[in-house]
Design a protein around this ligand. Sequence first.
Ligand SMILES: O=C(O)[C@H]1O[C@H](OP(=O)(O)OP(=O)(O)OC[C@H]2O[C@@H](n3ccc(=O)[nH]c3=O)[C@H](O)[C@@H]2O)[C@H](O)[C@@H](O)[C@@H]1O
Length: 439
Amino acid sequence: MSQLKPNSSHLDNIPSTPGKFKMDKSPYVKGLRWHSALAKLSFWCFLFIGIVLIFFLRSAPSLSQSDPTRRSLRTAIWGGPNWEKRVRSSARVRSRNGISVFVTGAAGFVGTHVSAALKRRGDGVLGLDNFNDYYDPSLKRSRQALLERTGVFVVEGDINDSALLTKLFDVVAFTHVMHLAAQAGVRYAMQNPSSYVHSNIAGLVNLLEVCKSANPQPSIVWASSSSVYGLNSKVPFSERDRTDQPASLYAATKKAGEEIAHTYNHIHGLSITGLRFFTVYGPWGRPDMAYFFFTKDILKGKSIPIFEGPNHGTVARDFTYIDDIVKGCLGSLDTAEKSTGSGGKKKGPAQLRVFNLGNTSPVPVTELVSILERLLKVKANRVMLKMPRNGDVQFTHANITLAQRELGYKPTTDLQTGLKKFVRWYLSYYSNSGKKSSG
Ligand SMILES: O=C(O)[C@H]1O[C@H](OP(=O)(O)OP(=O)(O)OC[C@H]2O[C@@H](n3ccc(=O)[nH]c3=O)[C@H](O)[C@@H]2O)[C@H](O)[C@@H](O)[C@@H]1O
């Protein structure tokens, strides 16, 4: 029964299920149907164009802004006889018993120092870096220029680019890979999680795939992180402690990297050493790290947010000076055994190691700020803040017994001495070169 309600429109009288309502086939109605078909067609056309436009507008900035690493994949230019000549010359070993090392992330903080140190002692070094803009790329370019002066060629490209990596391994029979390319920083993972998956997981797997197939297979040393200890509260952190409670996605991707390393070692016989770095600092450092931007902001008179734990608990880090880390990296390369799977068949168990590279003397962040104040001769405008729940842990402290025994690793630089060298570099780099610290 269908009865019109007093104020209802005629549309209310049309049943919702098609077929139950028969239209009158008058010419007027036919014209209406023709118009409505045209309207429908136009509607679907507009919808289609709209969807294509939305897709285009959304995908364009995501390629160039939210995932800067991808941009380098599209723009990297490589190949040709001159390029190959540069690659070979840079990777050529110039000392007896020297090694030929492929360094990823070579224009990064640790990468630059390790590459320069290897080159200085006569090893062959070829760098790779995608020069993404996670922090000021001009600092990376300055590091590249520094390396070029020492004879290290840094190829511009991404660790996810298999064709490029395969080509490099075709041109040079690298004995070792020092894998330092990564998306770093514990807090940035809240803003750009996919960049961590892209570099620290997909990129690592891609690199290991290429290394697995290389003949001879290289030995690999790579940067894990102290952050894998996550919520572990047993101090000092030992390599045997649990690492299954990461506090940030960054830490989780580094932990995943350690498990991925295990797989490639187990199946393909790759010799792999993971290094858990503890808050590395020093000249040519990363502008996203606290000691770096605290320096910049103290000089500018801006406030310094200092995190504190529950009940005003101290937040502390086992800050480790870059030169000590470099010694640990070189010690790892020098003690790395050969991989056992060259030619596609694993001939026996291969070496798999993990080491803490820390300083074994944690310093409260408040003390870090006091040292900077003294060195800069400027009082900091401190603001104490509750530690945000975005990746930080309250303290780190390395047990380095294993690295001491196996690598001869022995840190010698305390925070005061190391920061003095950093501040000297910072002032000369940003004042003399006229560069602006945008980190
Ligand atoms: O050791 C590691 O594994 C990690 O060390 C650093 O991470 P983090 O120790 O958090 O270094 P910073 O970001 O420089 O922070 C240092 C300290 O300053 C504190 N902080 C940081 C930022 C801030 O605004 N205020 C503040 O008090 C942090 O809580 C932390 O205790 C690096 O950024 C990571 O890439 C690296 O893997």
